[in-house]
Design a protein around this ligand. Structure first.
Ligand SMILES: [Zn+2]
Length: 79
């Protein structure tokens, strides 16, 4: 079980202390820890999307930012 996987239960923003419903999925990869095709995900509400994106972006980890709807569509397409 992975605690950072996008869950079917009401997804909540990953920002510290935030309880807002997530709208965005930030897909990221740490090349020191993960194989290149691996994607970790953070969830973000509208307010924290930019903050979390920057956090990952400055480290060079950020791969993709998509809406939760779009992410779920892609996941479904992947089977
Ligand atoms: Zn938030």
């Amino acid at each position: 079980m992975s605690t950072d996987a996008v869950s079917a239960e009401t997804p909540i923003c990953s920002a510290k202390g935030c309880r807002a419903a997530a709208v965005w999925v930030l897909a990221w990869n740490n090349p020191k820890l993960h194989t290149p095709e691996r994607r970790k995900t953070w969830l973000a509400c509208d307010e924290h999307r930019e903050h979390l994106s920057q956090f990952l972006g400055v480290r060079g980890f950020l791969k993709d930012v998509v809406t939760l709807d779009e992410w779920e569509r892609r996941s479904a397409a992947d089977g």
